[in-house]
Design a protein around this ligand. Structure first.
Ligand SMILES: NC(=O)c1ccc[n+]([C@@H]2O[C@H](COP(=O)([O-])OP(=O)(O)OC[C@H]3O[C@@H](n4cnc5c(N)ncnc54)[C@H](OP(=O)(O)O)[C@@H]3O)[C@@H](O)[C@H]2O)c1
Length: 172
């Protein structure tokens, strides 16, 4: 299982239910990485998608504890246990955690790789991702050249989970 996220300089990821920034090349990267794969998201992130429609050409799994959240458009899981049972159908390399904050924080320990778009800006934010640069569990393995969109600098970075015990328990 892998995680994909866009963060700002504070590792902020969102504000009032929205993304902090929309960088077309980052959207393209997200699509390219997740197309044909399984994406896992929280109910809040699902409801923030345009038209509350699932992401096209991907298997959409949404986590919600609510009994009233009900749609045939996605697979709903009501707990991490239910999610892990559902994920037994898939190759873990084909599974991407796509947010938001609460889902990232619960599933990060189970992820082997993190694709992080680093936006060199500070925004008003109320949702965050774990600072992987400060985490002993994660190491930076590659970084793109610096890129620019309008006046915004950003780069694509890849981190690996170095916690060996995590690899043992990953057979969900
Ligand atoms: N920068 C990025 O790459 C990125 C990516 C995605 C999202 N975001 C941002 O992140 C923010 C949303 O994050 P968020 O933390 O508020 O919401 P979220 O993680 O998208 O969804 C939270 C909801 O997920 C459900 N949930 C959480 N844990 C669960 C569990 N163990 N079992 C079953 N259901 C569970 C609950 O739904 P119920 O209330 O229905 O029970 C909970 O309210 C937005 O601002 C969004 O734009 C940023």
């Amino acid at each position: 299982m892998k995680v994909i996220v866009a963060v700002d300089l504070n590792w902020g990821i969102g504000y009032r239910g929205n993304l902090l920034e929309r960088i077309p090349e980052d959207m393209k990267f997200f699509k390219q990485m997740t197309l044909g794969k399984v994406v896992i998201m929280g109910r809040e992130t699902f409801e923030s998608l345009p038209g509350q429609e699932p992401l096209k050409d991907r298997i959409n799994i949404v986590l919600s504890k609510s009994e009233t959240f009900n749609t045939k458009k996605v697979t709903i899981c009501h707990s991490l246990n239910e999610l892990f049972n559902e994920l037994e159908k898939y190759n873990s390399d084909d599974v991407f955690v796509i947010g938001g904050e609460s889902i990232y924080s619960q599933l990060l320990p189970y992820c082997t790789e993190a694709y992080v778009t680093k936006i060199e800006n500070r925004y008003v934010e109320d949702k965050y991702f774990v600072d992987l640069d400060k985490s002993k569990m994660w190491t930076l393995v590659s970084t793109s050249d610096p890129l620019t969109y309008k006046d915004i600098q950003y780069s694509f970075e890849k981190y690996a989970n170095v916690n060996e015990r995590m690899h043992e328990k990953l057979h969900f």
